[in-house]
Write a protein that binds this ligand. Sequence first.
Ligand code: BMA
Length: 352
Amino acid sequence: MIVLAMTIFACTEKHIRTISPEADDVIDRLQQAAGDNRFFFGQEDFPFYGYSWEYEDGRGDVKEVCGSHPAVLGTDLGHLELGDDKNLDGVPFDVMRQAIIDHYKAGGIVTISWHARNPVTSSDAWDVSDNTVVSSILEGGSHHRLFLGWLERVAVFLESLKLEDGTRIPVIFRPWHEHTGSWFWWGRKLCSNEEYIALWKMTVHFMRERSLDNLIMAFSPNYGGLTRNMYMERYPGDDYIDLLGLDAYGDGQEFMDILRNELNMVAQLGKEHNKPIALTECGMGGLGNSKWFTQILLKAVEGLPVTYALVWRNAPGYLMPMHIFAPYPGHPSAADFIDFFHNPRTLFLNEI
Ligand code: BMA
């Protein structure tokens, strides 16, 4: 009773957390995997392009290496806020919607991030030249109205992710990520703790007012020098967050030791708050270590209840030759990746 009274006190009725059975099922599947000492493998943008191809139905670098697509499809809404028909990496939103539907129908899990442009300077998400951006989009701020229009476009897209029978596809939605760093306009040095939390609450309330109960909200600080206090000081609260994440890029023993330490801390928090935990982004840019998957990633999560690990995108080589996070056929780490695929702990699309 006390808990219920506090929840109602914390938000108005239309803002109360409701979650669809399908979204609840995803949370259960995540927890179940961790309980079985397994985790889902994911990659950003894997159905859209790879190192040497773009937009060819059914293709995927990971699939061409090990025979299965990743279990988790990650993608990004950046530029949707502008009303564009393609995202910041050139993915048409119509193609994205169809890929999300197909992936969900095949049994996969979907996660979406949002590299929103800077609403004050009109530059990109990485424009950190102005530290009043978050305050100016909050209620009463000069750009609040503009920003509500951006949230509206995001809500319309998320609402459009449904099956023929109208069932909404559950999505692990991960806005305002890596806020413990200061490289996005919502980062640590760019706004106060209170402003950051208000941004989250405004985002979640907006989606709840649109009755979007298919969202599993993910919190994902960046790894490195994180104390428990730093992880939690901008936490919007258990009523706003459904999954505790960590973004971590790197290689080598020191990276692995720090990562294990911080994942341990996140695991402890996950237990205390009863939330699944995940490596919401990870990888080694350029994949220069041909054993990264078995010697770094597998070892970093060993014995920890990490529910999924998502590596970043394999950008087309002619655009960004070093922007590779999973092998393609012929890549030096392909053999190691096949071992990773066969490891009983990893879950790919063909196993679910
Ligand atoms: C970054 C890079 C960028 C990309 C962005 C959003 O880490 O991959 O090239 O635009 O993510 O996907």
